[in-house]
Design a protein around this ligand. Structure first.
Ligand SMILES: NC(=O)c1ccc[n+]([C@@H]2O[C@H](COP(=O)([O-])OP(=O)(O)OC[C@H]3O[C@@H](n4cnc5c(N)ncnc54)[C@H](OP(=O)(O)O)[C@@H]3O)[C@@H](O)[C@H]2O)c1
Length: 268
């Protein structure tokens, strides 16, 4: 797809990947509808985008049914959408026993329920030739200790993307899916950064992730996973899960120690 003059709705626009993606899309000439809960962050972002007057902001307090309905109606009245990017997401780095009910619910709601509701409400407002892009995670491909609920929600958004894409074949709308590996944003706290350094896990910058996502949109490649090692691990996990059980099992004492440190338990 040529992104020039395309109307793009981006959720989680005020976050790390969201901001980088907004900038990259605006540079390509797209018209953005920045969606999120933090109006101030989105106003600031809009001011720094090329041609701020071309971009709109939609504040969502809680992504309630009413707010989602109003957002869909605004496209119904003011012109259609070309691309919906479900980027908003949250993660709790914690052992399962450390998760509160609220932590579990928040991840399920933010990472799968809200994207599915937004897609349901906005699908009929997407122009022929349009795209739904869901942002997953490499942890949706490889269940990872201390990210059990996050991994589950990202696996769900992957399967949702795959199933909906297959259902919409021939409709003119494509469903794409991107699975970043660890990225330098505030989704990850200092302990996650330290854990990744200790385990030798690579991390990408938001700008790099945004550039890859732009390429995904332009080429309409169905799915993209970040990192050569990570892609290899995904294949190993699919064919020989016991090998990945063993590899992650060896890292488990370190992962547990960092998760306890983050969540106020014993230190490393
Ligand atoms: N950073 C990573 O390591 C990494 C790796 C793989 C995949 N991802 C995925 O990439 C996407 C963007 O994440 P990021 O790294 O840019 O993280 P981020 O900087 O924390 O931004 C996430 C955005 O999601 C929104 N959000 C968070 N909790 C929410 C909630 N409870 N309800 C509604 N919206 C909520 C926030 O929007 P508001 O502005 O509304 O607060 C925030 O701007 C997420 O889907 C994440 O899972 C990230």
């Amino acid at each position: 797809m040529d992104l020039t003059n395309k109307t793009v709705l981006l959720t989680g626009a005020g976050g790390g990947i969201g901001q980088a993606l907004a900038l990259a899309l605006a540079k390509k000439g797209a018209k953005l509808c920045l969606v999120g809960r933090n109006e101030q962050a989105m106003q600031l972002l809009r001011q720094h985008l090329p041609h701020p007057e071309r971009h709109a902001i939609a504040v969502m307090q809680t992504y309630s049914d009413d707010e989602i309905g109003a957002l869909a109606s605004s496209f119904n009245m003011n012109g259609k959408l070309d691309i919906l990017i479900n980027n908003a997401g949250c993660s709790h780095f914690a052992l399962f026993e450390q998760h509160s009910f609220e932590d579990i619910r928040e991840q399920i709601r933010t990472n799968i329920e809200i994207p599915a509701l937004l897609t349901r409400a906005l699908l009929s407002e997407i122009n022929p030739g349009g795209i739904v892009l869901n942002i997953g995670s490499i942890f949706g491909e490889i269940g990872h200790p201390a990210w059990s609920v996050y991994s589950a929600t990202k696996a769900a958004i992957h399967r949702f993307s795959e199933a909906l894409g297959r259902e919409l074949q021939g409709s003119g709308i494509s469903v794409l899916y991107a699975a970043p590996r660890a990225t330098e944003t505030s989704l990850n706290n200092e302990d996650v950064y330290a854990l990744n350094r200790k385990l030798g896990n690579g991390m990408d910058s938001p700008g790099f992730v945004a550039a890859r996502i732009i390429r995904l949109l332009e080429t309409e490649q169905k799915r993209y996973r970040f990192g050569a090692m990570e892609r290899l691990f995904v294949k190993l996990n699919a064919w020989f899960p016991a090998v990945v059980d063993g590899a992650l099992g060896k890292k488990l004492p370190v992962i547990r120690a960092f998760a306890r440190r983050t969540n106020g338990g014993e230190s490393e």
